[in-house]
Design a protein. Structure first.
Length: 403
């Protein structure tokens, strides 16, 4: 089978996902086109250089509706002969775009692809597209649906993760993200967002709160306690599913959960012949990909079985992996992963994660693959594994190997 290589990976800074965020006036179309243009310019792509643009975005309504991928191609400087495919695997949409592109290359369906994603959460609010599993009683009741925050608290309850454990992880994420920016570790891959006049709108992740400490977080009220205990009483729904659980320990809040932000990311993937044609040197090969389904109520445990599956499929063990990126959707997700595999924290999310920098849903999967690649190069390491939990009970993972 043909090898699939990563030739380049870029991302925008993450802007606060509010009306006062720096990227609020930038459309999903414009920021996506900017990422495509950056990949074209950085790699001197000409004509019908890639087979397709596969673009993930979660809330596919309003400006993010229809086939945003194709619109982004037409709005960019890429050749109009390049088509576009929009996909949605919730929080893993950007990763699934990369994995799908890689597997297309491996299967011989074209020499190269651009894959990634976008989410402008200040402009297209999360959940504004509706969701059958949340609102249709014919499935919600059968599957014991609860909101994701409740699911994160269930993980904490079932696995003995305390509020202090979660807050300590959040403080460390902020510390690491600040250190990474100070050391310019993201500089290689960051594409500043500019306006129509070429003036810079944002060139750094603006969500980071470097002054965060245990005292600051300790003052925050649990975000999901009321909806769990009072109205509409989702804790009771969860306890119907898990009768051995007498109560839910609500530990998550805004400070130890992922931030709502705007952003986009893209990855250039191709075979060896593509690299030779454009004079490009591959940075890594995509060794293995996977996706799995899990319990839809607890919902967010996917990184554990996804990692188990991808390692088995690749014929590898956890000790073979040099660095890990586990999306910080909620602190308990990362802590469950770390405890299950006994991963050294010095190898896990070494530059911080979504708690500190934010989680632009459709882009995050592509972002963490790029971050992982940059860090493997910086530390001169070989193997990296990226994984995310996914709404409604799924998981996805990617293993990359430097070449």
């Amino acid at each position: 089978m043909t090898e699939a290589y990563i030739y380049d990976a870029v991302r925008t800074p993450r802007g606060k996902g509010r009306k006062d965020g720096s990227l609020h006036e930038v459309t999903s179309l414009a920021i996506s086109a900017g990422v495509l243009n950056a990949l074209k310019e950085r790699n001197n792509l000409e004509g019908h250089a890639v087979e397709d643009v596969i673009w993930g975005n979660v809330t596919q309504v309003m400006e993010q509706g229809a086939c945003l991928a194709r619109s982004a191609v037409l709005a960019s400087d890429l050749d109009e002969k390049i088509p576009g495919l929009s996909i949605n695997r919730f929080c893993a949409s950007g990763m699934e775009a990369v994995n799908l592109a890689a597997n297309q290359v491996k299967g011989g369906a074209g020499q190269a692809y651009i894959a990634g994603g976008v989410e402008m959460m200040s402009r297209v609010p999360m959940g504004s597209d509706g969701a059958a599993i949340a609102v249709d009683p014919t499935i919600a009741m059968d599957q014991y649906f609860v909101p994701q925050g409740i699911s994160a608290d269930i993980i904490a309850t079932q696995h003995g993760i305390s509020r202090d454990d979660a807050d300590a992880l959040a403080v460390e994420s902020q510390k690491r993200a600040k250190a990474a920016w100070d050391a310019k570790r993201f500089e290689k891959s960051i594409v500043p967002v500019r306006d129509v006049n070429g003036l810079t709108i944002l060139d750094h992740d603006e969500f980071i709160r470097p002054g965060t400490d245990m005292q600051t977080l300790g003052a925050l009220k649990p975000s999901f306690k009321d909806m769990g205990e009072v109205m509409p009483g989702f804790d009771k729904v969860a306890m119907l599913k898990y009768p051995a659980m007498e109560s839910v320990n609500h530990i998550h809040h805004a400070g130890n959960s992922s931030g709502i932000v705007d952003g986009s990311a893209g990855v250039l993937i191709g075979n060896e012949e593509f690299g030779k044609q454009y004079g490009l040197k591959p940075r890594a090969r995509i060794r293995q990909t996977c996706k799995i389904g899990t319990d839809p109520t607890i919902m967010l445990t996917g990184p554990v079985p996804a990692t188990q599956k991808i390692l088995a499929d690749a014929g590898m063990s956890i000790s073979d992996i040099d660095l890990f990126e586990v999306n910080e959707a909620f602190a308990s997700v990362v802590l469950l992963f770390q405890r299950t595999f006994d991963v050294d924290m010095d190898k896990l999310n070494v530059n911080g994660g979504s708690i500190a920098m934010g989680h632009p849903l459709g882009a995050t999967g592509a972002m963490i693959i790029g971050t992982l690649l940059d860090e493997l190069e910086r530390q001169d390491k070989q193997f990296g594994l990226a994984t995310l939990c996914i709404a409604s009970g799924m998981g996805a993972a990617t293993i990359i190997e430097r070449v």
